[in-house]
Design a protein around this ligand. Structure first.
Ligand code: PEP
Ligand code: MN
Length: 342
């Protein structure tokens, strides 16, 4: 439930409403707009139902939030979209962002070559995994701390902010030393204790949709991060499990406009993991941009044939500039602003 205070409401009147919200066992989330202060009463349905605000001075009106997620809902932000600024690169609202780089950090040469290629082509953020969620425990699990050091070097060399995945809260402190954005992989989307830790850490998050998660599941997972006071969450559609076996996952592009009907958070698409095949990455990226995505996260490798992980889906570094031009052209047609315009 959202309590919209009158323009003339005093600090004492706001405080009295906050006390009433807390009195019924809910949490008060205050946002001060230019004209109105809005108090979100966040809690389970029973608590909020007991909130009797009749006669409270300074209250203009009360808006029920009908969705199970509250802080993530577009209603809660009164239709205003979240724009994140990551080292001067923007995403959300009108802004389109490209995140690119290898699946996994494999070596110094591979990471630095990939970083140079995506920077020269004009991507905004650099990706690279040091801790990898692999289906088989016998597969390469990532370089761990050594990988993070190489990522830090690539960040230093290119000046690009970096995105890397956390799998275990015990690695969070060292990841926080390097990462501008922390990725939660599809397999950890509902690791609620990890999400809570990330909410407290405060760093921007890319939250990938779980393999069999509904859009409501994804938004409720985001709510765990938001609830701890971290409002910098980017949602990512990366393909879901269906009966189709012709490609790795089914990229659910309807998720883009539908999520944006329900949430103020930026929504990006990962065509690489959905497709599992390089030839599908460009068409699905164009389709994602046309559907109104706020960005793309895509895998790029200097020598995909020699990649340790996800080789068949990684774009060739030398083809990336051409790919990006096409994707950005469609994003512009869809009304997005590119980093080159600010
Ligand atoms: C990744 O981005 O490297 C990755 C493993 O993605 P996902 O969690 O979507 O499978
Ligand atoms: Mn990968």
């Amino acid at each position: 439930m959202m309590i919209v205070m009158k323009e003339s409401a005093t600090a004492d009147q706001v405080e009295a409403v906050v006390r009433q919200v807390e009195h019924v066992g809910a949490r008060a989330h205050i946002s001060r707009g230019e004209l109105h202060t809005v108090i979100g009463a966040i809690g389970d349905r029973d608590h909020v139902a007991n909130l009797e605000l009749d006669g409270f001075p300074g209250v203009d009106h009360v808006v029920p939030i009908t969705r199970p997620y509250k802080l993530a809902s577009l209603q809660f932000k009164r239709e205003e979209r979240t724009v994140l600024d990551i080292g001067g690169r923007k995403i959300g609202g009108p802004y389109f962002m490209t995140i690119a780089g290898p699946c996994t950090i494999e070596s110094r040469g591979q990471m630095l070559d990939a970083a140079a290629a995506v920077k020269d082509a004009g991507a905004q953020l650099l990706r690279g995994g040091a801790y990898k969620p692999r289906t088989s425990p016998y597969s390469f699990q990532g370089l761990g701390e050594g990988g993070l050091r190489l990522l830090a070097e690539a960040r230093e060399e290119t000046g690009m902010p970096v995105v890397t995945e956390v799998m275990d809260a015990r690695d969070l402190d060292q990841i926080l030393e390097v990462a501008d954005v922390i990725q939660v992989g599809a397999r950890n989307m509902q690791n609620f204790t990890l999400l809570t830790e990330l909410g407290r850490a405060g760093r921007p998050i890319v939250l990938k949709r779980g393999l069999s998660a509904t859009l409501d599941d994804l938004l409720m997972a985001a709510e765990y991060v938001l609830k701890e006071g971290n409002e910098s969450v980017i949602l990512c559609e990366r393909g879901i499990r269906t009966f189709e076996t012709a490609y790795r996952f089914t990229l659910d592009l309807m998720a883009v406009p539908v999520l944006k009907q329900h949430t103020h958070l930026p929504v990006i698409v990962d065509p690489s993991h959905a497709a599992g095949r390089r030839d599908l990455v460009l068409p699905m990226s164009l389709a994602a941009a046309a559907a109104g995505a706020d960005g793309i996260i895509v895998e790029v490798h200097p020598e995909p044939e020699r990649a340790i992980c996800d080789g068949p889906q990684q774009l060739r570094a030398e083809e990336f500039a051409d790919y990006l031009r096409q994707v950005e052209a469609v994003a512009q047609l869809a009304g997005k602003e590119l980093a080159t315009s600010y």
